[in-house]
Ligand binder design. Structure first.
Ligand SMILES: Cc1cc2nc3c(=O)[nH]c(=O)nc-3n(C[C@H](O)[C@H](O)[C@H](O)COP(=O)(O)O)c2cc1C
Length: 159
């Protein structure tokens, strides 16, 4: 079974709703299993055991939250062990064009530095799903699409 780990931070629940929608997308893929963890509960061992890692954070001043950044900084202990895993990111922000894309890129940059495989998207939401506060139906669908797409790629790479 290909393991897709979804780690999220969420103070008021918006990013958490997105995380659960990403997991729903993973469920659509045969041979893939989603594991959802709040960042406080996530361990480095969860990352090394996963085939794909999807991170979600609220947009805080155009960046990921401090909790998510602290977690990423801890991954220094497993540097080199995340190479080749598939990555993805999502965020909820307070408004449009208020730092959501830079937040996604802040998480994706760390993944690239770890040697992870990040797939972009040509239609829209190029860097990953974003929502303004609580995700609406379309934003939920884009989260499901991310989960499904990352899971398909991870399953294919595992073969
Ligand atoms: C410390 C802090 C910084 C924030 N900075 C931004 C920001 O730069 N841009 C923005 O659009 N929203 C910003 N927001 C709003 C949150 O991104 C938004 O409310 C989000 O939906 C919260 O997600 P959550 O419910 O998962 O905690 C900020 C909120 C807080 C508490």
């Amino acid at each position: 079974m290909t393991k897709i780990l979804i780690v999220y931070d969420s103070r008021t629940g918006n990013t958490e709703k997105m995380a659960l929608a990403v997991a729903e997308g993973v469920k659509k893929v045969k041979d893939a299993k989603a594991v959802v963890k709040a960042v406080d509960k996530a361990k480095l061992g969860d990352l090394t055991k996963a085939d794909a890692i999807i991170l979600g954070s609220p947009t805080y001043y155009g960046n990921m939250s401090g909790k998510m950044k602290s977690f990423i900084d801890k991954t220094y202990a497993v540097h080199g062990k995340l190479m080749g895993k598939v990555g993805g990111a999502f965020t909820s922000s307070g408004d449009t064009a208020c730092g959501a894309e830079t937040t996604l890129l802040s998480m994706l940059k760390a993944m690239l530095i770890h040697g992870m495989v990040v797939q972009g998207r040509y239609e829209n939401k190029h860097y990953g799903p974003t929502a303004v506060e609580s995700p609406n139906t379309k934003e939920i669908e884009s989260c499901e699409e991310l989960g499904e797409r990352v899971a398909r790629l991870a399953v294919a790479l595992r073969k």
